[in-house]
Design a protein. Structure first.
Length: 257
């Protein structure tokens, strides 16, 4: 079987470091292309266009008042998850990183053409434009923190627990298309949150479980197999970050931490 080339296309942060080291034990990335984060002011402006400023203000309050406390109280549990899944958070060597302003920039497209990968693995990037997806004859893959198409967007495990759908609290490995988490499903698995888990540890659990799906997915793709799984029954929904009010209400009513 011909050796396949994989490029990790990502945003900066711990999940990217974890993903890089996990993939290095399977199909070592030939390059890591990392985009700059969207400036916070622009990020909030873009979100407000979709959700409205009142909702965004509530999300800011949640992020500033609740998240720091959850992160502090969850440090021990985070350590347990990192050890359980053998996650390596060590920063990626700088010499292996190609930095671009955006994954949708012409610079990124030219880098992908030069690298000519067989697989492009996404981690924490903007939604890819069609012209990027069509720039190289590669298979674009992603681990999504939710069971698609029921929980697209962000924090799928949290919202599944809020809705009492523990059977849809999980992770999806999927093909990437121009939509938001709408690509063909390659693999799915559930997570098992403990009473010690919360909003900040669910995504780490999902990443750990999702990365465990990757050896079989990459093995089959490298052999030339092409498949997609049927979508779970239910309405396709796009989810965002909770507001302060939503989080407090959901915690009181449903016990979703």
């Amino acid at each position: 079987m011909t050796v396949k080339r994989l490029v990790l296309l990502a945003g900066p942060g711990e999940p990217t470091n974890i993903t890089y080291h996990a993939l290095s034990g399977l199909l070592p990335p030939s390059a890591v292309v990392i985009e700059k984060p969207v400036p916070r002011a622009q990020f909030l402006k873009n979100r407000a266009k979709k959700l409205g400023w009142i909702t965004v203000a509530g999300q800011i309050l949640f992020s500033s008042l609740v998240l720091p406390r959850l992160r502090k109280s969850s440090q021990s549990r985070r350590g347990e998850i990192l050890r359980e899944f053998g996650m390596n958070t060590t920063p990626i060597p700088e010499e292996e990183i190609i930095r671009v302003d955006s994954v949708n920039s012409e610079d990124c497209i030219q880098q992908l053409k030069r690298l000519n990968p067989d697989f492009v693995f996404l981690c924490g990037t903007r939604i890819l434009a069609r012209r990027v997806l069509e720039s190289v004859p590669a298979i674009f893959l992603n681990i999504h923190a939710g069971i698609t198409p029921l929980y697209r967007g962000v924090h799928g495990a949290y919202w599944a627990l809020v809705r009492g759908q523990r059977q849809a609290c999980g992770v999806t490995v999927h093909l990437v298309d121009p939509g938001i988490d709408t690509g063909g499903i390659l693999a799915q698995a559930l997570i098992e949150p403990t009473p010690e888990d919360c909003f900040v540890t669910y995504p780490l659990l999902q990443l750990g479980v999702g990365l465990r799906l990757m050896p079989e997915v990459l093995r089959r793709l490298a052999k030339g197999e092409r498949w997609t799984l049927p979508a779970p029954a239910g309405a396709s929904s796009l989810w965002s970050h909770p507001t302060l009010y939503q989080y407090l209400r959901n915690r009181q009513r449903y016990g979703a931490r």
